[in-house]
Design a protein around this ligand. Sequence first.
Ligand SMILES: Cc1cc2nc3c(=O)[nH]c(=O)nc-3n(C[C@H](O)[C@H](O)[C@H](O)COP(=O)(O)OP(=O)(O)OC[C@H]3O[C@@H](n4cnc5c(N)ncnc54)[C@H](O)[C@@H]3O)c2cc1C
Length: 272
Amino acid sequence: MVGTGHSWSDVCHSKEALINLDLYNKIIHIDQERKTVKIQAGIKLWQINEQLDKVGLALSNLGSIDQQSIAGAISTGTHGTGINFQILAAQIIEFSLIKANGEKIIINKNNDENLFNACVVNLGALGTISEITLQVTDAFNLHDQTETIDFDSVIENIDYYINNNDHFKLWWLAPTKKVVVYRYQRTNNPRRGSKIKQYIRDRFTSVYIYRLLVLMGKMFPFIAKTINSILIWDLRQPVDRIEKSYKVYNVPPPLSTAKQNGLSTYNKQKKF
Ligand SMILES: Cc1cc2nc3c(=O)[nH]c(=O)nc-3n(C[C@H](O)[C@H](O)[C@H](O)COP(=O)(O)OP(=O)(O)OC[C@H]3O[C@@H](n4cnc5c(N)ncnc54)[C@H](O)[C@@H]3O)c2cc1C
């Protein structure tokens, strides 16, 4: 099985046949009362986010990108941040698995917790996950406070950051002495912040400028240090905004085209 093919490892590189569920990507049912959603396993996280948002629901936690298939994300233990939150797979109540002999089994967390825990993070080794039921939550906003801070100061206060923020992550652009610190708090306050600034950062700077810098760093590794210094300089302006949760969790997609039709990059580029 291959989802979006975004795993860092070669876990789904193969010269044999690969199965992909890009087009098996619908929401089957939303139960507003129980706040559960049943989905086809090829659906991408961004598709789930957008469709849940329309009915006032949301995934309770996410990682840094939204291009993954839900099956790929849970099979690898994909996680966001937050001392009080678990991996994405923890939001699953039930999933169906088609085994190599064609038999379909339903694995339910409440009915057989041991089987569920043994199978949920599976690296595609157990068969094809075909449908998944998720426990979701009411849609919520996040207060995003992002700033660059001295490396030593962040490390000294790391426990404070972890324990006093709903979500906390840091990016160190070595070898600079600064760290980009992302702090997100859940809030019921209304959205605020410059939409234009964010649009430029998300859709232009991050996608075109950063991608170009990464490409240059790959071609000429000796300039990587300089590139990181430029990036840290560019990120020096603090961000203080309140936005829908799924928009804050996700950094802008490095491959913006993947969103157009929901096809995996590997499907478009015939990478495998
Ligand atoms: C820019 C970037 C940022 C990232 N950020 C984060 C992050 O913040 N947190 C984090 O934890 N990870 C992160 N990752 C890693 C990513 O979330 C995982 O690698 C995830 O598995 C990718 O999902 P995918 O759909 O591309 O899966 P793939 O890479 O295509 O597949 C992953 C595994 O899932 C299996 N699989 C796929 N579909 C099925 C199916 N239907 N049934 C059974 N098995 C299946 C495959 O066989 C494979 O073993 C990031 C990756 C990138 C490229």
